[in-house]
Design a protein around this ligand. Structure first.
Ligand code: NAD
Length: 478
């Protein structure tokens, strides 16, 4: 259950905040999800101080105890995934199966990092000086600020919080102001299992995030837009705090003339319209070989038109609404731009009406687009994708790489030669063959290149590169 108003959690205590903002259900704007109270700047300072005070004791907690605590957090999220997934879907708009699935996955992240507590991560080496021993160990960084977006409000928090806590750091989370109720429930679970001050949460928008990222923290991990990432990185660097930013992208799928057409269509539908296209890994550029272009477009349009767009909690909904009115208007603006710049609208391109008033958009496809068009350069973050026709694999690869971003790229082909070449030459952090551009498993590194990512990778055991500091110690036993 969520209360009528929800504020911040500092040192184990729930606190009221200042300005209140109404939490809107994008599937039904009459649904009451209560109000979020924004943290004051002094509350942000208090949250950092609480995390600072709790850190040494948390780092000293015995490995097995820490493992059991993280495991219990994961288990509670898994056990409550129907309840929390329902709130997530109500406030964010993703279909219930996705809201529930995301909550379940968040639980799995905590359980993965519970097990990571027991991994042996030190090294030892011999010195060039005979008889001297060297130990290389990893210690917690200290107090970590986590700033997260609304599109995966519980999973992204989990893939940051899991390693932050497992490696002995304490945390101040600033969740998105668009999904405060999910954050409230998550904080309740963490607060129940962790000692006071180990996990703190400050609710609010950009101002609260700015106060956190410029505060006395040791590291900040951010996921969100490039423009916010730039501000957070400069704030952190001016304090000599570590910084990690995961941002947007323009992810391509190259569809070759030898593609299995069913795989191509299924990958494009999933990649472009999953989560209503509101994914950093969304397939927003479809680069199609001329010999299969028309067949692909006709089957892809058929698939898009068959998608059931509706209330996030309604049975059978495949695409929910987009998250907010402002996001919807921004996407409609990009649809206009696509037309103005010469794209041909083959389906969608409009707002839809449903039984309840919400921010519903039809799955939208443009063909005949060029890679220098605005809609192929900028992140749209909605259920809209653009098709480009190419003459060859080489042209497809060149277009795929011609972007300011570099998160996820895929190719649909039955040619081993093209698949292998693409894996090695696509300038992206994640490359997939015969699969849509998408997020990855929790045990492998996730991140991009260029404007998509800044700093070390997230997820898997590689997360330790951000959440730990190395110490090199010498001993002369005499
Ligand atoms: P956003 O940048 O608007 O906000 C993200 C977070 O930053 C929110 O919590 C927000 O309150 C906070 N914030 C805003 N201004 C701030 C400031 N000046 N200082 C500190 N914090 C500030 O992004 P969004 O609209 O919530 O999320 C969508 C974006 O997230 C898209 O660009 C998407 O591609 C990206 N994203 C990336 C990944 C990835 O792993 N690469 C995953 C999911 C989403």
């Amino acid at each position: 259950m969520i209360p009528k108003t929800y504020g911040s959690l500092i040192n184990g205590e729930w606190l009221k905040g200042g300005a209140e903002s109404k939490n809107i259900n994008p599937s039904d704007i009459t649904d009451d999800l209560g109000s979020m109270m924004s943290a004051s700047s002094s509350q942000v300072v208090d949250a950092i101080s609480a995390a600072r005070a709790a850190q040494p004791a948390w780092e000293a907690v015995k490995l097995e105890e820490k493992k059991n605590l993280l495991h219990a957090i994961g288990q509670e999220l898994i056990d409550r995934c129907d309840e929390i997934g329902t709130i997530l879907s109500r406030e964010e708009g993703k279909p219930f199966a996705e809201g529930r699935g995301e909550t379940f996955r968040a639980g799995e992240f905590y359980q993965y990092y519970a097990a990571e507590c027991l991994r042996q991560i030190g090294e030892s080496a011999a010195s060039v000086r005979p008889g001297v021993n060297i130990d290389i160990s990893r210690e917690a960084v200290g107090v970590v600020g986590l700033i997260t977006p609304w599109n995966f409000p519980i999973a992204i928090a989990a893939w940051k919080m899991g390693p932050a806590l497992a490696y002995g750091n304490t945390v101040v989370l600033k969740p998105s102001e668009v999904t405060p109720a999910t954050a409230h429930l998550l904080a309740e679970v963490l607060n129940k299992h962790l000692p006071d001050g180990v996990f703190n949460m400050v609710q609010g928008g950009g101002e609260v995030g700015a106060a956190l990222s410029s505060g006395k923290i040791d590291a900040v991990s951010f996921t969100g837009s490039v423009s916010t990432g730039r501000k957070i990185a400069s704030a952190a660097i001016s304090n000599m705090a570590r910084v990690q930013c995961e941002m947007g992208s323009k992810n391509p799928i190259v569809i070759m003339d030898d593609a299995d057409m069913d795989v191509a269509v299924a990958s494009a539908l999933h990649g472009a319209f999953g989560a209503s296209g509101q994914k950093c890994t969304a397939s927003s550029r479809l680069i199609v070989h001329k010999d299969v272009h028309d067949e692909f477009v006709s089957k892809f349009v058929e698939g898009a038109e068959a998608k059931k767009v509706g209330h996030a909690l309604a049975e059978g909904t495949e695409l929910g609404p987009v998250v907010s009115e402002s996001q919807m208007n921004k996407i409609l603006g990009y649809m206009e731009t696509a037309k103005e710049e010469g794209g041909e609208l083959v389906t969608g391109g409009k707002r839809l009406e449903r039984e309840t008033e919400g921010f519903y958009l039809a799955p939208t496809i443009y063909t005949g687009t060029k890679n220098d068009m605005t809609v192929n350069r900028e992140e749209v973050f909605g259920p809209m994708t653009c098709v480009m026709k190419v003459d060859s694999y080489e042209e497809g690869l060149a277009l795929a790489n011609d972007t300011d971003f570099g998160l996820s790229a895929s190719i649909i082909t039955q040619s081993l030669k093209h698949a292998e070449h693409y894996k090695r030459n696509a300038k992206f952090g994640c490359v997939l063959v015969n699969l849509p551009t998408a997020g990855l498993d929790y045990h492998v590194p996730f991140g991009g290149r260029n404007a998509s990512s800044y700093g070390p990778r997230e997820q898997g055991e590689h997360a330790k590169d951000f959440y730990t500091i190395m110490k090199t110690a010498y001993t002369n036993p005499g």
